[in-house]
Structures are given as C-alpha cells and as structure tokens.
Write a protein that binds this ligand. Structure first.
Ligand SMILES: [Zn+2]
Length: 315
C-alpha cells in the first residue's frame, strides 16, 4: 500500500488528508486559510502537509489542489481570485519545506480527477465535468489523462459564453456560464423571482425573514424541496443553462461521460432533472448516434483531498 498526502486549498479552509491507492482517506486535518496573507497561506499548507507527513512517514508525495490559475509546468500559482497569491512558486516551496515531491493543480481539475478515478466516471476513459459551486469550474480527462491545455488553463468552463451581451462576469466578459448556472446565479434568479412574484415565493420569503435580498442558497434548496414555485424555477433556470453547456461539451469532446459536480449538486433532482431534460432536448440528433451519458458526481466533499493525493501518485 502506498500512501500520499492531498491538500485542498480553498478561500476559507486548507484541508489535508492521507490517502491510499483506493482513494480512502486514512487521516485528515484542517486549518483556516489566512486568505489575504500569501505567506501565511503558504505556511498553513506546509503546516497541514507536514503534520500528516510526520504522523505517516510512509507517505511518499504531496498533491495540492488550489482555487487558482496554475502555470503549464504545474509549479507556480499565477493568480487566485479569492486568495492574495500572485506568481507564487508554491510547488517547490512546499516540497522543500516538507521534504517530499509535490504536485500542484487547479482545484476543479483535482475534483474532476477524483471523479474519474474513484467516482461515477471510474469505468470511463474520457470525461468532462462541470463543478457548480459559488462559481463554476471544469475538468477534462481525455484518454485517461487530465487535459491541462497548452498553457495549463484548460477547462475554465465557467467562462464559456451562454448569453451574448449577458450579465457581466468577474472575468471581464459578458454572459459567461458562471453568471447563469452557478450557486451565485441560483441566488440571483431566486431573489429576482421573489421580488417579481412574492405570492409564488411564500415559503422562500418566510425562510428569508420576508426580505428577498436576504435569500440564501440553502434556503432556496429547502424551499424548493417544499414545492416553492420561485425556488423550483431558480433551479430550473440554472439547470437549463447547465444542460445547454453540457450539450455543447458533448459535441465538442464526445466524452464517454459528462459529470455535474460541486456543492450545488447536493440539491439532487432539483438540479439534475432540468439539466438532463435540457441536455436531451438540445441534442436533437439523439437516437441517430450515441451521446455521452450525463450524471451527478459521487465523490462529494473529499474530492479535493482525494484527487490531489492521487495526482501526486502519478509519474
Ligand atoms: Zn467569465
């Protein structure tokens, strides 16, 4: 049995784990991320990895997944939207500090890799995954290999365009998928719906203390489960845009399987039913030739640690 260490670096938490070759987490730890302090974040990652390495001296390597753009060599964080890193040579710093070979990868790529190795795509040879959280990320695996792109920034699927001249996106473009199919989009749609049709949002507004602007993602899921019209419509809208994007990806890559991951997938059929309906509607030629299956991810919130640890195992 070979063990490796996975570290999942998010805007609020740095989570670590010792993982075996079957993707089982044998030990784990976590710290708060000092997000506005680049040196502090770097040292927190070292602390998390070193603590696990000391407790499990048989661990052979470290994998780090970070919500960031990583350079083509997998050594430097070029830019991180929610962390104060700019051109941070993170891989070599951690490797030297802990004394183990280290790999560095974008967090959505890491989550996709976990799903490909141990989740719903474990029997497939090719897969495209969209992660739906606060924002949107993506990961592409082709012929059993993570596709990082020529510059290391492949699969930024949140920034493909859904609506020409649409809602402004943080990336500077208009109408990106992230503005129509993310957790943030879900909240925006629900708040707008609750203001326009308060009588159809009675349950949702009750949960939010009567204030449409106070509506949260969690409340939308709860209200939709109870049948609230506006909350169900909000899931219908993000599912629609996700289904359209998935149909485009099926035709771009022809993967064996398409996967919807990320925190919002916990809403289950509320998200997956409209996504699947639109996906099948959009592929008009369905029946003439086979198309990719579309499924919800299975690996859940350990995907970051498990995927990073498994990538560290690769040559
Ligand atoms: Zn964008």
């Amino acid at each position: 049995m070979t063990l490796t260490i996975g570290v999942d670096v998010g805007g609020t938490k740095v989570a670590g784990g010792v993982v075996d070759e079957h993707g089982t987490v044998l030990a784990s730890n976590r710290r708060d991320t000092p997000a506005d302090d680049p040196a502090g974040t770097r040292d927190t990652i070292v602390e998390v990895a070193a603590e696990l390495a000391v407790a499990h001296p048989e661990a052979t390597a470290i994998g780090i997944g970070a919500a960031a753009w990583i350079d083509a060599a997998g050594s430097t964080v070029l830019f991180a939207p929610n962390l104060a890193w700019r051109d941070e040579p993170l891989r070599d710093y951690v490797s030297k500090a802990v004394g183990l070979p280290t790999v560095l990868e974008n967090d959505a790529n890491v989550a996709a890799w976990a799903e490909f190795r141990f989740g719903v795509a474990r029997h497939a040879d090719s897969m495209v995954m969209i992660t739906v959280g606060t924002g949107i990320g993506g990961g592409i695996v082709l012929d059993g290999k993570l596709w990082r792109g020529a510059n290391g920034i492949a699969a930024e699927l949140g920034h493909i365009q859904s609506v020409p001249d649409g809602h402004p996106c943080g990336c500077g473009r208009l109408g990106c998928l992230e503005q129509y199919a993310s957790g943030n989009a879900l909240v925006r749609f629900a708040r707008a719906g609750a203001r326009q049709e308060p009588e159809r949002a009675a349950q949702l507004l009750e949960l939010a203390g009567g204030d449409a602007l106070a509506i949260t993602g969690r409340q939308i899921t709860e209200a939709a489960r109870a049948g609230d019209g506006v909350a169900c419509d909000a899931f219908g809208q993000i599912g629609y845009w996700l289904g359209v994007a998935m149909a485009d990806l099926a035709q771009s890559f022809d993967p064996e399987i398409l996967v919807v991951g990320g925190g919002v997938v916990d809403a289950g059929d509320l998200l997956m039913t409209p996504t699947l309906t639109t996906y099948h509607d959009q592929l008009k030629q369905r029946g003439r030739f086979p198309v990719a299956e579309l499924h919800a991810a299975e690996t859940g919130n350990t995907a970051g640690v498990v995927g990073a640890a498994d990538l560290a195992r690769r040559p």
